[in-house]
Design a protein around this ligand. Structure first.
Ligand code: ADP
Length: 452
């Protein structure tokens, strides 16, 4: 059974991991798709705003064309090298003015987005009579070739559009054509937040579904483990009761056999001793059956005979009686409350307290302390012992019916695992609660809490 549960857990964990991985993959794919969609949107919007340079500022654009013409003419005349042209183009005088104009246009047309951009020069090619070509400059997009813009790096930017421009240059009756190619890169500030907002629904939904699945899995697993423990406890109870019944039954059987002997019947002393044994074992059997019957009632079926009592005086009387019945045990009181009047059922509560006190003795204690306290509207009775204690992992089942820490076929101490179950039922019937604080080898402290 344990192996099957472990196997089930292992399979379920693997299934959960696979499911979470698939979910992560789907979220990542959606994210990539949303990023691509966002880039396309920005490209389209920017495309509509700045189809070409003349849309931005025609005066600056004509100045730019004049510069390109001038540089080209100088080059044809041999006054300029290719490197001079590149330098001249990149260090143009209207660089800042054009950058500002484009920025202002973005702010006006796309007020909801904060956009940084860079226009980089890729190509500067001269054609003579559309045949002979002279490549003055041709490089991949590179931030060092920035013509305009405020971006410092192209790392997180994406390509929006390429601008291809042609300028006609005539020198000494020769027709030249200048072809230039620039690329615009943009980076939208906080674009991650924009994508995240667009994905919020999908993210929340997948997180919710995965966490629901995990919660359901944990609940199912806990129920399974609890069920297994309860079934173990019931098997232990059957073992315990069989064990408890065996001794009196065996003694009764032997006693009847002895009584069959005539000489025993004739000796009054022996006869009486056997009758006493039979009576004792009969009582023991009766007691066992009573114990099982008494605990068959649920907390809401217990009928309480409540009355107003002085709780400290009531506790003192129980302690006194216990002291007389257990002369070898030291029992002390430490009451931090006085004359607390509670409405309780004396009979059931006496049995519950005695169960805890008898357990203390049964499980190795010789010093017991009964304490009371009132905090706010809570009255507490604690019974502290110095016995064998209970390990932390066993404490959650302590108040379950038939549960015994000593499990299986170990029977060092007698018991049916009903004492604490009864205590729990009685205290709950009083709308109170029971708690235990203990460590293995360091004694135990049982506390009953009642509303004042
Ligand atoms: P039982 O008939 O076994 O005593 P109880 O319901 O009274 O049944 O107690 C349940 C189990 O709790 C016991 O089997 C014992 O292992 C543990 N227990 C109860 N009281 C104490 C205690 N004072 N010290 C250590 N263990 C205790």
């Amino acid at each position: 059974m344990k192996q099957r549960i472990n196997l089930l857990i292992a399979f379920s964990v693997i299934a959960l991991i696979v499911l979470s991985t698939v979910q992560c993959y789907l979220v990542k794919t959606t994210y990539d798709y949303k990023v691509a969609q966002f880039h396309t949107e920005i490209k389209n919007e920017i495309g509509q705003i700045s189809n070409n340079y003349s849309d931005i500022d025609s005066v600056i654009v004509s100045k730019k064309e004049a510069l390109y013409k001038q540089l080209t003419e100088n080059y044809i005349q041999g006054k300029n090298t290719k490197a001079d042209i590149k330098k001249g183009v990149l260090e143009n005088a209207f660089r800042d003015a054009l950058t500002l104009k484009i920025q202002q246009k973005f702010e006006r047309e796309l007020p909801n987005l904060k956009i940084d951009f860079a226009i980089v020069l890729n190509k500067f090619i001269l054609y003579q009579n559309t045949k002979k070509t002279d490549t003055i400059f041709s490089e991949k997009p590179f931030i060092q070739n920035k013509l305009y813009g405020n971006l410092a790096s192209l790392n997180h930017a994406f390509l929006v559009r390429n601008y291809v421009g042609t300028t006609n240059v005539t020198y000494q009756n020769q027709e030249y054509k200048l072809l230039t190619e620039d690329s615009m890169y943009v980076s939208v500030i906080d674009w991650e937040m924009i994508i995240l907002k667009r994905m919020a629904f999908i993210l929340v939904l997948s997180l919710l579904s995965i966490s629901t699945l995990i919660t359901l899995f944990v609940i199912a697993l806990k129920a399974l483990i609890k069920q297994k423990k309860v079934s173990d406890i019931k098997t232990d109870f059957i073992n315990n009761i069989t064990h408890e019944l065996k001794t009196p039954l065996a003694t009764l059987s032997i006693s009847t056999k002895i009584l069959e002997q005539k000489d025993i019947r004739e000796n009054e002393e022996n006869f009486n001793a056997i009758i006493n044994t039979i009576s004792r074992q009969n009582n023991r059997l009766q007691h066992l059956i009573d114990q099982v019957m008494a605990n068959s009632l649920a907390e809401n079926e217990i009928e309480l005979q409540k009355e107003k009592i002085n709780t400290e005086a009531f506790l003192l009387s129980i302690v006194e009686d216990f002291r007389i019945a257990n002369p070898k045990i030291t029992i002390e009181t430490n009451f931090q409350s006085e004359k607390t009047i509670l409405v309780l059922d004396k009979f059931h509560l006496t049995t519950a307290i005695l169960n805890v006190l008898e357990n203390a003795v049964k499980y190795g204690s010789s010093n017991i302390c009964v304490k009371t306290k009132t905090i706010e509207n809570q009255f507490s009775v604690s019974i502290e012992d110095d016995g064998i204690g209970i390990s932390k992992n066993k404490q959650s089942l302590l108040f379950e019916k038939f549960y015994r820490v000593e499990q299986g076929n170990l029977h060092n101490t007698k018991g049916l695992g009903l004492g604490l179950y009864y205590v729990d039922q009685i205290i709950k019937a009083h709308q109170g609660s029971v708690a235990v604080i203990s460590e293995l080898g360091k004694g135990a402290e049982f506390t009953f809490m009642f509303k004042v």
